[in-house]
Write a protein that binds this ligand. Structure first.
Ligand SMILES: C[S@@+](CC[C@H](N)C(=O)[O-])C[C@H]1O[C@@H](n2cnc3c(N)ncnc32)[C@H](O)[C@@H]1O
Length: 251
């Protein structure tokens, strides 16, 4: 490698590492994350691939709508360099840096459509958070808000969501603002949820993986609903319960 190439490779690695800590940027790992991000309007700053032909083939097969955009952004790099850009190089051999969109939380809360808004109270597991965003996007939810320290736009959460953060408003908030939406606590101890029972425009609040919903949120809620389970099972996984509740409106 020439000195110029070495310097360019070093700068590329520094940009990807800095992007992981930048609250204005999103690091997208893998073809599906980049595909969804482009499809839902992400402004991709740069992308790198160790397998240009493979990416082109996947784009042709699975995402002809964004194939031109993908081909235009992805610069070829050696597999060893790709492995330095992210902690776990994706099997599809493509990574990217995109701008995070501005999320208007007030507008998401005021959205007049009947779709529910998902609130995750203090979620801890990035993969879980990503899976919640993915299912919320698939079910057409009005957005996903999270409280607590964890960043819902962390690259691991983006990977778990396959980049679907760009399909709906996703943001961390300090606390749930007052709004005209009914607040429904989703809790294993709640009254058994039946299909079609959710009120329109509900904020559906889900608790933290270990301890569930806080007393404060349970007290504030207008209703408390549970997903029926077989005796002896104490709870479902967080993302599984988000999926069950969101799809109870649709199936
Ligand atoms: C892993 S669970 C938390 C378990 C916690 N020990 C509890 O009892 O709530 C994470 C979240 O998923 C949701 N959840 C899991 N199973 C549920 C069920 N059967 N009914 C309603 N919500 C459920 C709740 O929002 C819960 O706070």
């Amino acid at each position: 490698m020439s000195r110029v190439d070495e310097a360019a490779a070093g700068a590329l690695v520094r940009r990807y590492r800095a992007a992981r800590r930048d609250p204005g940027l999103a690091v997208l790992e893998g073809f599906h994350a980049l595909k969804h991000a482009l499809r839902f309007g992400a402004k991709v700053q740069e992308a790198a691939t160790s397998d240009p032909e493979g990416v082109e083939r996947l784009a042709g097969e699975l995402a002809p709508d964004v194939a031109t955009g993908l081909a235009a952004v992805a610069a070829p790099v050696a597999p060893e360099l790709l492995a330095e850009l992210v902690p776990y190089a994706p099997r599809t051999g493509v990574v990217a840096i995109a701008r995070r969109p501005e999320v208007d939380i007030e507008a998401a809360l005021a959205d007049p459509r009947p779709q529910p808004l998902v609130l995750l109270e203090d979620p801890r597991t990035m993969g879980n958070m990503g899976a919640c965003v993915r299912v919320a996007a698939a079910a057409g939810a009005a957005g996903v808000l999270t409280t607590g320290e964890a960043d819902p736009w962390h690259p691991d959460a983006l990977r778990g969501a396959a980049g679907l953060h760009y399909a709906l408003p996703v943001a961390r908030i300090d606390a749930l603002p007052e709004s005209d939406r009914p607040l429904v606590a989703i809790d294993p101890e709640g009254e058994g949820l039946r299909p079609g029972e959710l009120p329109p425009r509900a904020v559906l609040a889900f608790g933290t993986e270990r301890h569930g919903l806080s007393e404060e949120l349970l007290e504030r809620a207008d209703a408390r609903l549970g997903i029926p389970m077989r005796e002896g099972v104490s709870s479902l996984n967080l993302a599984t319960s988000v999926a069950a509740v969101l799809f109870s409106r649709l199936l």
